[in-house]
Every structure is written in C-alpha cells, then in structure tokens.
Write a protein that binds this ligand. Structure first.
Ligand code: AMP
Ligand code: MG
Length: 487
C-alpha cells in the first residue's frame, strides 16, 4: 500500500499523435478541503486508507500538487448532442493526469473541474459542489449496484465562487476509469476526414482495452462488436435498476460500456416510463424508456465514424444484434429480480408488471424489494405489496400469474428470498438523498452524510438495520427538485 506521493503515474494517452489532446495544467483551487476519500476505490490502485490523514491529501487530489509522473492533458473529442453533430468538444474541464497499475488493470486518473483547457469554449473549466457530489455519490452507487461505471476516488471542495444560475462554490472530483474514451473521440476524426488519426485511436483502444482482438483479421469490426455488446449490457442494467442518465449524447458514451459523465441523472421513484430527469430536455429525447434506442442510435453514429476502417455491410451487421442482445440481458436481469430463472417467456410477466406499477404510481425499487417476501401460497394476501396499489385488484390479477410462474420452478421460499434480495436493492441514490448530502456539506460543513451514504450505497442489497429512513420514498419537498444541465 502506498501513499499519494508514492503513486507513480505513466501517461499512455500521450503515445497518440499530438492532435488527440492538449497538454494542460490544473488551475490552483484556493483553500482546498478534502470532503471525502473513497477507501474502496483507493484500494484498487494500491493507495492506503490513511491518506485522509495525509497533510497534503486535498492538494494532491485537486491538482494543486501533481502526483509523481503526472502529465496532465485534455483529450479532444466531438459528439452528437441532442441529435446534432457538434464539431469540437473535448475535455473542457477534465484533465487526465495519467494511468497507474492496479491489481487487475491499469486505471486512468482524471480531475474534473480543475480549470480551463483549450476545449473550454469560454466556460470556466470548473464544476460546482452540487454536481460534483452527485457524480461522486452516483458513480459509487452504480458500482455498488453492479452497474458498469467510472469510479470516484475523492471529492475536494473550495470556497471559490462559481457562477451558474446562482453563485455556487467549486469542487473537484478525481475520477478513475480504465479509459475515458468516448464514441465522440472517434467521431471527431471521421468528420474532419483525418483517417490516420482515426486509425491511431482505434489501434490505441485495441492495444490497451481489447488486446484479444489485436491479431484478429478484422480488429476494428471486432472492436465495434464488443462496444455494441457492452452498450447493450449497460442499457439492460440501467433499465433494470431504473436509472436515467439524462444526457446521452455520443460524447458521454463510453467505449468500455461504462456509465460516464453524471449530470442531471435520476433514479425512478414511481415507475414512470416517460420519466425525463433533465429539465432542459424539453422533447424528452433522453426519457427513461428511450435509453436503449438512443444507445442504438449512438452506436450507429460510432459505426459511421469507424466506416473508413470497416466494411460498411459488416458494420451494419455488427449492430443488428444490438436490440436482441439488450432484450436478452434485460430479461435475464428482470427474471432474477422476480425470483425466476432467465427465460424469454418471462416477458409475459415483466411487461404487465411494469404496466401495473405505472398505472398505480407504485415505487419501482420498493416494490421489487418487497417482492422478495412474496408468499406464493394461494390464499396469501401479500398485503405489504398489495397496499402499494391504488387498484388492489390489479395487483391481485398480476399476483395470480406470478404465483403460476413461481410454481413452475419450486424453490425454498427463504432461499429464493435471499437470492432476490441480492439483486433488488434496498438503497438507491434517490435525488432527495443526494440533495440532503449537498445541503449538509454546503450549509453546515457536515461531511458525515457523504460517509453514511457511501456506506449504504456500496452495499445497497444489505439490510443496514437502523437506516430504514434512507430506503424510504421521497418526501413531499423532493417532488419539486429541478435538475438542469448546469453543473
Ligand atoms: P457535459 O454536459 O458535462 O458532458 O459537458 C459537455 C461539454 O461541455 C464537454 O466538452 C465539457 O467539457 C464541456 N463543459 C461543461 N461544463 C464546462 C465548464 N464549466 N467549463 C468548461 N467546459 C465545460
Ligand atoms: Mg460530458
């Protein structure tokens, strides 16, 4: 286990041609204060837990002091935003410090909110405490839920004022991921007609992330296939857990199929297929139930960007499998949530269940957690579930079909309940929980709420006796929380 000044970074991204990035330097963050240090993520890169006590921890973790070997750079990318191509985006406020060997893989360390870069487009390069804390908590919540995601190592705050709709204060998250390459990282070179750069990036990604395809006769096609598979897998997880990303532009789509760039995300409370978490998304382009299709559209943009490297028909074929892959993953995940073996025919149970939840305004996660204790006896009323429905008979009708499905796969009731509890979380990061943590830090300089939430969210399937309040439906005030893109 090492200390911060013993971490030694390399910078493999700098092996790409200089067009792919710009060297940058973090801007000094005044009065930097460590708000949280994620011991679990630290372990992945061999950092010891006691780094919270390190006198310069905040300085290192916000970029005021550079970790040994750091070569900060901002990566170039473009992307389709809300359906339209935007020719130059790039890391406008993120800085890749370098990469470090972990126990199983190399991790790239990236500051978010550390000041302007050549891609900042007249913005300040900063991130506000509110959005930084939300990203910090949610990336760890997703990891706890078993959803592929970038990770967060630390959160550093500062009294530095940042102007958004109102004046807020700045923060820096140190993110970790095996890669931050996006669909848009390829798009930029395709649209500029720079096919050598396109190929260089594809080779880089294959070498470092998909080495199994390096010697394939069709490495670029295999890479596209792999990305489509991972994306299908990710969408299945989002839909199963009730997560809405909010800004599924191609520049926020990870080539590793990770949840990337947390903005106005939201978890479903009541089951609402058309839920739009981003109030700037007036057309509902990124509504909850649109996500799998949007990811498919985004994959088509990626395939187009890779077209100079791949036969067009082959690329089309590679994407044809995407909807089926998504559906299979999704049904598998949902079947487990219902306590059933993975089978296509379970769709006949899942879709009516979702429809009934929607019509009855039932809380999605709470329902599934309570379903773990479903009693399949013919005369059982299952009151804790039944009472969640405005129309009790609608639940009764669904329960009959559910009982019949369970009867086909007899299993000890406690064994089934245990398996279901391992896939139906008790704790999800509802907006109001994040909001409470933001208010505690902002108004009372109290970081205890972050620690409590991280503990629950890292183990969301456990009971955590005494913490029931954190598993509850949102209070009345939380229904009026508005989330904009501004961050
Ligand atoms: P996002 O919506 O956070 O994914 O950001 C979209 C693009 O805007 C990316 O290129 C970001 O780097 C850039 N961006 C967002 N906020 C800022 C900011 N405060 N300063 C500079 N660039 C920003
Ligand atoms: Mg982004």
């Amino acid at each position: 286990m090492s200390s911060l000044e013993q971490l030694t970074l390399a910078q493999r991204y700098a092996s790409l041609p200089a067009t792919h990035y710009s060297p940058v330097q973090p801007e000094v963050l005044p009065d930097a204060k460590l708000l949280h240090f994620n011991v679990q993520a630290a372990k992945l890169i061999g950092l010891s837990a006691d780094q919270t006590l390190h006198p310069d921890a905040a300085e290192y973790l916000c970029g005021n002091r550079l970790l040994p070997g750091s070569q900060p750079l901002a990566a170039l990318y473009a992307g389709h935003q809300f359906g339209y191509y935007v020719s130059q985006l790039g890391d406008g406020r993120a800085m890749l410090l370098g990469d470090v060997a972990g126990t199983e893989e190399r991790w790239e360390l990236q500051l978010k909110g550390s000041g302007p870069t050549p891609y900042s487009r007249r913005s300040d390069g900063r991130a506000v405490l509110r959005s930084s804390l939300r990203e910090y908590l949610c990336s760890e919540a997703m990891h706890g839920l078993g959803v592929p995601t970038t990770r967060a190592l630390s959160l550093v705050g500062s009294p530095l004022e940042v102007r958004r709709e109102t004046v807020e204060t700045a923060a820096v998250v140190l993110r970790m991921s095996p890669s931050f390459v996006r669909f848009g990282s390829f798009e930029v070179f395709y649209h500029r007609g720079q096919h050598d750069n396109l190929r260089a990036l594809a080779d880089f990604v294959i070498t470092h992330h998909f080495p199994q395809y390096a010697n394939s006769p069709e490495p670029y096609l295999m890479m596209l296939r792999e990305i489509a598979q991972r994306t299908a897998h990710l969408m299945a997880h989002w839909q199963a857990v009730g997560f809405t990303h909010g800004v599924m532009n191609t520049d926020n789509m990870s080539i590793l199929g990770l949840t990337l760039d947390y903005g106005p995300f939201g978890f479903l409370d009541r089951y609402e297929p058309g839920f739009v978490c981003n109030h700037s998304d007036e057309m509902g382009r990124y509504a909850f139930d649109q996500q799998p299709d949007i990811a498919g559209w985004n994959l088509t943009r990626l395939a187009q960007a890779l077209s100079p490297l791949i036969n067009e028909t082959a690329a089309k074929e590679a994407l044809q499998d995407y909807p089926g892959l998504f559906a299979t993953h999704y049904i598998n995940l949902m079947s487990a949530k219902l306590g059933l073996p993975a089978q296509r025919e379970n769709a006949r149970l899942i879709l009516p269940m979702l429809d009934t939840l929607h019509k009855n305004r039932v809380d999605y996660s709470l329902f599934l957690r309570r379903l773990c204790d479903f009693d399949p006896a013919p005369d059982a009323l299952n009151a804790p579930l039944r009472d969640m429905f405005l129309d009790r008979t609608a639940f009764d009708a669904w329960a009959i079909t559910h009982r019949a499905a369970l009867a086909k796969h007899p299993q000890d009731i406690t064994v089934r309940a245990g398996a279901m509890r391992a896939v139906n979380p008790k704790f999800i990061l509802r907006n109001y929980l994040a909001e409470n943590a933001i208010r505690a830090v902002r108004d009372n300089q109290d970081n205890g709420e972050i620690e409590r939430l991280i503990t629950l969210l890292h183990a969301p399937f456990d009971e955590h006796p005494g913490m029931e309040a954190y598993a509850a439906e949102p209070p009345e005030w939380a229904h009026h929380l508005e989330l904009s893109c501004s961050s």
